[in-house]
Ligand binder design. Structure first.
Ligand SMILES: Cc1cc2nc3c(=O)[nH]c(=O)nc-3n(C[C@H](O)[C@H](O)[C@H](O)COP(=O)(O)OP(=O)(O)OC[C@H]3O[C@@H](n4cnc5c(N)ncnc54)[C@H](O)[C@@H]3O)c2cc1C
Length: 435
């Protein structure tokens, strides 16, 4: 009799069943497939600048995303085990208990993630085969026509060549396993015991990001933004907005933890264009997804320099670290009301628009001259959509140590006049009586 072959799928920032290459390949090649997600305690620690790595807004979003994944997987007869433990501790035990033949996961390339993967590999039973896939890009690394060393330092150069020559790959479909594949874990109560509880969260009703975590709500949002309201057709005109849920797609939070893939969004834009026509706005959604890819490629190329003070440009400036200046910035008590409104929005909701992010980052680094890594670490803690590559890459870009060829400084007053002409955004977040 043939022996059953078992694969474990270790979910990280790929919390989805659609277009999940790792999951798909495990299901195609192995008889039995079991999922695991580890809430890594390292992600809940306080880091060198005094901020908790994962703050309450992202933790809540993450928990909802994992719960949704669990439910979606169960419809395909695949179980998901969750635990609050370092992967290098749980995975070897888990692989041993279920006599795994293979471990599948998404390939990562930032320092902490790579170190953890190394620890996992060193502790796994030797007979467990390892399959790692790049699964977070729009353009697959094997298709981009650059070697890692030759990836251009300027976005436009990268974009022009990739959008001309690189074909976005097709999506991977989820595959159902037979009913017997579904198992009920004996000790699930442990996960409840260990996961740190989030503080209670009262999000103001006027938040620009009232959405829940998980693939189901990501797909719902895409359906609404593209096909129900056709807001995609106007995206280029509205994307610099500040008020309400619809000035931009709000896909970033789901993209960040992989509840939706960039490829799925790309192919849905293409479907939309076929049905309703293409225009500058439909193109611009893809343009922005290429920005996201580009920051990932810069991170792949520059490795640990993504986190260093001198940045990928290796430029030394005099930086301040004054706690007083930082506290004023965080609490929205600077001399600039536009900066303050954005910082209050972030503190109360875990969200800030792209326009806001550029302004508050420019103000911190180019007016207050504060060490950009402090701003980046605060964003890391607070943002629901925190993504290591986009966050650190954008911070470097604005701070003048990254890949902005022009090294611009924002004129905050002019920006406020231009993007918040009537001051509606500032009154919304600066009026103490509203919330
Ligand atoms: C200082 C700073 C920090 C940032 N930190 C993050 C972060 O941690 N996570 C994150 O996803 N984005 C980050 N961004 C980029 C950008 O602000 C957000 O991606 C965007 O505001 C998310 O809103 P949206 O999904 O509605 O975007 P849309 O305008 O609808 O764009 C669609 C998608 O394109 C991508 N995108 C758009 N702009 C950028 C950009 N500048 N860089 C990279 N990708 C982009 C995102 O994936 C986004 O979801 C940061 C920008 C700055 C200036």
């Amino acid at each position: 009799m043939q022996q059953t072959k078992t694969a474990i799928v270790w979910f990280t920032n790929n919390l989805r069943i659609h277009d999940n290459e790792t999951l798909h390949k495990a299901c195609v090649n192995y008889d039995r497939v079991i999922g695991i997600y580890c809430y890594d305690p390292s992600l809940f620690e306080t880091t060198q600048f005094g901020f908790k790595k994962t703050g309450k807004f992202r933790q809540q979003f993450l928990e909802a995303s994992v719960q949704d994944l669990k439910e979606n997987l169960s419809r395909y007869n695949i179980s998901l085990y969750t635990c609050y433990e370092h992967p290098h501790i749980s995975l070897p035990k888990f692989c041993f208990s279920y006599k795994a033949d293979a471990l599948f996961f998404q390939k990562e390339f930032t320092t902490e993630e790579v170190d953890e993967v190394q620890r996992v590999k060193s502790k796994l039973p030797k007979e467990v085969k390892i399959y790692e896939n790049y699964d977070q890009f729009l353009f697959h690394p094997d298709d981009i026509q650059y070697t890692i060393e030759t990836i251009p330092e300027v976005f436009t150069v990268f974009r022009k060549r990739t959008e001309k020559y690189v074909k976005v790959r097709q999506e991977f479909l989820p595959i159902a396993k037979p009913k017997e594949n579904y198992i009920i874990f004996k000790n699930t109560f442990e996960e409840e015991r260990h996961l740190p509880r989030t503080e209670s969260i009262d999000i103001p009703p006027h938040t620009a990001f009232p959405f829940e975590g998980g693939e189901s709500s990501a797909i719902q949002r895409l359906q609404d933004y593209f096909f129900t309201t056709k807001k995609l057709s106007f995206y280029k005109k509205t994307r610099n907005g500040l008020l309400g849920t619809d000035y931009s797609s709000k896909f970033s939070s789901w993209l960040a933890n992989g509840s939706i893939s960039a490829k799925t969004i790309y192919w849905e834009v293409k479907r939309f264009e076929k049905e309703f026509g293409s225009n500058q706005s439909t193109y611009w959604m893809i343009f922005e997804l290429i920005w996201r890819d580009y920051f990932k490629y810069l991170s792949l190329k520059h490795e640990a320099n993504l986190f260093k003070l001198e940045g990928i440009k290796r430029t030394a400036y005099e930086w301040k670290t004054s706690e007083k200046l930082v506290a004023k910035w965080i609490n929205g008590e600077t001399d600039e009301p536009f900066v303050n409104a954005n910082m209050v929005e972030l503190k109360q909701t875990g969200w800030m628009s792209n326009r806001g992010r550029q302004n508050v980052a420019s103000y911190l680094t180019k007016e207050l001259l504060v060490d950009w890594r402090i701003g980046a670490a605060y964003f890391e803690s607070m943002l629901i959509d925190y993504d290591v590559h986009s966050n650190y890459g954008n911070w470097q870009y604005v701070a003048g140590v990254g890949n902005d060829p022009r090294n611009r400084k924002f004129n905050i007053k002019l920006q406020a006049e231009r993007y918040d002409t009537k001051g509606a955004y500032q009154s919304l977040w600066l009026q103490p009586t509203l919330f």
